[in-house]
Design a protein around this ligand. Sequence first.
Ligand SMILES: O=C(O)c1cc(=O)[nH]c(=O)n1[C@@H]1O[C@H](COP(=O)(O)O)[C@@H](O)[C@H]1O
Length: 302
Amino acid sequence: MQHFGDALIGRVRALGNPVCIGLDPYLDRIPPLFRDGDMSPGNPLTAPAVEAFLKAVLDRADGRVAVVKPQIAFFERMGWRGLRALDEVSAHARKRGMLVLLDAKRGDIGSTADAYAGAYLTADAPMPADAMTLNPYLGRDTLQPYLNAAKDTGRGLFILVKTSNPGSGDYQDLKVGNRSLAETVADSLKAMSGELEGPETGWSSLGIVVGATYPGEAERIREILPKTIFLVPGYGAQGATAADAVKGFVKGPSGLEGGIVSSSRGVLYPAGSDTDSAAAWEQAMDAAIDMAVSELGGAISA
Ligand SMILES: O=C(O)c1cc(=O)[nH]c(=O)n1[C@@H]1O[C@H](COP(=O)(O)O)[C@@H](O)[C@H]1O
């Protein structure tokens, strides 16, 4: 059985970069090369066009990137055809040796969480993901179904702790005693993280989300959770630098490690990609992937 934490860290070490490409297909930004019909969400031509676009992105990233993160909202937006496209795109990523981290940010009471875990994480899940994002707001008991599934299947979980958005402080920075709520949530995940530590690397399959836009908080949270992989959004389109993004990383055998840095818009829609020329699009995509790989690869080797 694959252990998600070991598999992810192993791939990042082998590739020398912590890049996670976020798959957020904005319908109005799909390049002309792939557009079909009016690209309205209910048009039957739209989801296949999006699927072709994302598969082509994965082909450009082949052998360079360890993990991709489809954001389910963009697929739900296209109805059942969108979910079918998500399934096909996920299968294509796996064929290319990439792990699939489903960004669904689920959070509900335990009995409903059971159904979500059964959709994506259990051995019989019809839309299996290697890992998924979760919202812990409803309490630790609501994370238990996902933890049980992760133990059974080796799959991974990423729990929101300190998000990248401007308003994340509204609740997450509130003081609970002398700590922020985000740090308190991190502390409460210690035992669960320990239960999923990998036999090879020691890194846990229970990860957390810590935005690159709050590097100081990343350092404090790292002290609380030394073996928990950070999913770090906010690099690129949201303005954080590569140096900010790796603030919560720690020294490993081949550079800084312990996290992945996701970029969606910055990689998917670079300058020069708004074209109907295949050669020009490929060149623009390769340049965008090169830039993320070299900036973030450089940041972990520094
Ligand atoms: O869980 C996430 O991936 C996530 C957490 C967070 O704190 N902030 C955040 O932007 N994200 C996701 O990252 C993606 C945005 O990536 P960019 O287009 O690179 O800004 C969206 O899919 C967000 O849902």
